[in-house]
Design a protein around this ligand. Structure first.
Ligand code: CP3
Length: 360
């Protein structure tokens, strides 16, 4: 086994001391990079790109060639699971993901089965293994899945949604059906993440992108309970990050699932989050992705404000810098250079200041 040259990200997740704050960005390989668009064109489509382990590996490494990022994330999508369930995933340009056979009624739900990660999803595990080899221990590789609830949103809606009308109608009108979908999804997600870890993923992240669309009670019953179940069934040997977009109200409850890190969006004050759960979990986040549209100077000022809001480094520091959601396709690539550079230099300086203050 090749040893890791840069394990700053894994140490921060374990809340161990680091020389600087590690950074990676959600959707770091994506359409804001011209080289990504070129590879996607060669692949023919986004799905073909996801399903080719060699091309998925190529795009995973692209942002690492440009920037000093501290982690790689598997290039794939959360919708691989419902696709493997036979729902017929496709993408319409400008409209996002769609399913040919959404899950709408009792007979659709009855047909759902847990996909075998060693069969329908083998291409994802092959991509993980290919990327691990290509990384050669440069930085750790993150695997991921959607949360049971977030997958259910796409499966029932048949695509993205502004108001979640269909999935919430089922939740209120037929909670029994909703729970059956979530039960299948929870088993599918835990098996899928286990397979990614077996193939070489060194940390995994659950994207609960639509947990924040639920009422407090519904969140606990239909999202959080199943995140908890995934974590229990996964019984992970590698760190697990749970990201609930819009989940700022529930940090203590999410931390109680036993995850190693909480992903937070930009509405959360990191100092307050640290005071609430920082003794239990590392915290990942949370620059507003749209801040990257401003000048490099403004990007740097905003990044410093995020670092300072988390507060002074010390015992169990546990901050992983990230955006509060995926990077926009309209992001100027130079903004990302400015961001990575300032996060590394300013966070190293915060540590030096603390060392010199404590030796006075
Ligand atoms: O972070 C990374 O770099 C890893 C790759 C990754 C992608 N999607 C690549 C992608 C990850 C982790 C995801 C997760 C994902 N996919 C989520 C959860 C995170 C979130 O944003 O809340 C969700 C909800 C999806 C579903 C999905 N896939 C959407 C809504 C879209 C965007 C559609 C659009 O046209 O804007 C996708 C497509 C997608 N996934 C792209 C990428 C790079 C763009 C596809 C393209 O090249 O056209």
């Amino acid at each position: 086994m090749i040893s890791l040259r840069n394990d700053t990200f894994l140490r921060a997740l374990r809340r161990e001391p680091t020389e600087y704050t590690p950074i990676w960005l959600m959707r770091q390989a994506g359409r804001y990079l011209p080289e990504y668009n070129a590879t996607r064109k060669r692949a023919g489509s986004f799905l073909a790109l996801c399903k080719s382990p060699d091309l998925a590996c190529e795009v995973t490494l692209q942002p690492l060639a440009r920037y000093g990022l501290d982690a790689a994330i598997l290039f794939s999508d959360i919708l691989t699971i419902p696709d493997a369930m036979g729902l017929g995933l496709y993408f319409v340009d400008g409209e996002g993901p769609k399913f040919e056979r959404p899950v709408r009624d009792e007979s659709d739900v009855a047909r759902l089965a847990v996909p075998d990660p060693g069969a329908e999803l083998q291409y994802v595990c092959d991509a993980v293994a290919t990327i691990r080899t290509a990384l050669g221990g440069r930085v750790p590789l993150i695997g991921f899945s959607g949360s049971p609830w977030t997958l259910a949103c796409y499966m029932v809606e048949g695509g993205g949604s502004d108001d979640f009308r269909r999935v919430k109608t089922m939740l209120y009108q037929r909670p029994d059906l909703m729970h059956r979908i979530l039960d299948v999804n929870a088993r599918a997600v835990s098996l899928y993440l286990r397979a990614q870890i077996a193939a070489g993923a060194q940390a995994v992240m659950l994207f609960d992108s639509w947990g924040g669309a639920l009422s407090d009670r519904a969140f606990r019953e239909f999202s959080l309970a199943y995140v908890e179940r995934v974590l229990r069934e996964l019984d992970s040997q590698v760190p697990v990050i749970v990201f609930t977009k819009g989940g700022g109200l529930w940090l203590e409850a999410i931390a109680a699932t036993g995850c190693d890190a909480l992903g937070v969006d930009w509405t959360v004050d990191l100092g307050a989050a640290r005071a609430r759960v920082g003794a239990r979990c590392a915290i990942q986040g949370n620059l507003d992705p749209m801040a990257l549209m401003a000048s490099p100077e403004k990007v740097q000022a905003e990044a410093i404000a995020v670092l300072e809001s988390f507060g002074a480094p010390g015992e169990g520091y546990g901050h992983v810098f990230n955006l509060g959601h995926g990077i926009s396709q309209h992001t100027p690539p130079e903004s990302v250079s400015a961001l990575v550079e300032i996060v590394h230099s300013h966070s190293a300086q915060m540590r030096r200041l603390r060392v010199s203050a404590s030796s006075l």
